[in-house]
Design a protein around this ligand. Sequence first.
Ligand SMILES: Cc1cc2nc3c(=O)[nH]c(=O)nc-3n(C[C@H](O)[C@H](O)[C@H](O)COP(=O)(O)O)c2cc1C
Ligand code: SF4
Length: 419
Amino acid sequence: MEKVLTRNFGLENSHRLETYLKNKGYQAARKALTKMTGPQVIDEIKKSNLRGLGGAGFPTGMKWGFIPQANPKPKYLVVNGDEGEPGTFKDKYIFEKDPHALLEGIIITCYAIASHKAYVYVRGEYVKSMQTLQAAIDEANSSGYLGKGIMGTTFDLDVVVHPGAGAYICGEETALLESLEGKKGFPRLKPPFPAVVGLFGCPTVINNVETLSCVGPIIANGGEWFAKLGSPKNGGNRLFCVSGHVNKPGVYELPNGITLRAIIYEHAGGIPNGRKLKAVIPGGISAPVLTADEIDVKMDFDSLKAIGSMAGSGGIIVMDDTTDMVWAAMVAARFFAHESCGQCSPCREGSGWVYNNLKKLYQGGARPHDLANLPGIIGNIGGNTICAFGDAVTMSVGSYVSKFREEFENKIKERVCRI
Ligand SMILES: Cc1cc2nc3c(=O)[nH]c(=O)nc-3n(C[C@H](O)[C@H](O)[C@H](O)COP(=O)(O)O)c2cc1C
Ligand code: SF4
């Protein structure tokens, strides 16, 4: 299989400009800046079927096309490297192993949307990522790949690294904008969408690190080439982060549309100690959990949506048959209750109720009405909040209760104390 995102990962000093240039680095940016117009670049990205790999899977070319070029305000590109979704650790590899591939994607994107300033918002704990990226930016600035008159053209671009503020919600695109502006990371009501009113009130594109790292290869090889690598309407390969009960956890570059079974059993080495698979989260903790008999699903945005889950950020968390699903639901709920920003009552109050209720069930103190009330509390969060975090609580935690109902009922019957 042709490697796209990880093509340079195994090279010695893969993070250095010298290595990148020896391996066709910055040729795609040169092609875009010297032989293509901004709209032509956007058309090529549309043809590629590249979808946003930060979680929502929105078509990237379409998003860039929303930037109103007639608007006289500056345009910004904001790169989302907050990577807060539990089970997700792919952007870190891009920052540390191939930062120039990201920078090349940033240059092409900014050229396409006529932006001269990009901010890269990096998860605060990723100190090495920030240092490696900053060193790559410094190399690019001093060699004419960033700064004034990039590669002898008239195009200028400044790239700034910004450390994340340490909250999961700062990965939500509008909370991230607030945080970048120096405010508390509270999501904004949409509309207006960031393409029209974004950073500092200006038109802004927000894309994930991995999404932008696909842009160079698309411009180099053509949108159709990328589209063919994946499944219909889900172009290319993506990075799957596999963790939990597998023999070989790690980051795997594989085509969109590969089955979940193949990822777990062929690439990640199957379940340790001869145990059986019980459940899998296919796209980060916000994605509804799948049972063992759902793993023939194709891993792309549309196929996972069709079975009621989501491809999300590509974080696959595998659970074997020793896993207590009430415990797993409680851990997910604890995360949501802790990370809710508190702006909306259904999310602020509801996520706490859900967690307390599940804790009671797990610890052995619950009565039948506690379980009976749970779906109602969970269901009243999603659809009633400012941002998609509330939907994630409902969809994710709700899936444990509906798919593993018997285990929840048994907790009430057993009444074993687990405090
Ligand atoms: C609660 C929440 C947390 C999010 N965290 C991240 C994150 O850490 N990284 C990311 O790229 N996108 C994250 N997103 C998705 C972003 O809001 C946005 O859709 C994405 O950055 C757009 O880029 P893309 O189109 O390239 O995926 C999050 C969304 C929500 C609702
Ligand atoms: S849904 Fe939750 S996280 Fe999102 S804005 Fe409302 S309270 Fe904050």
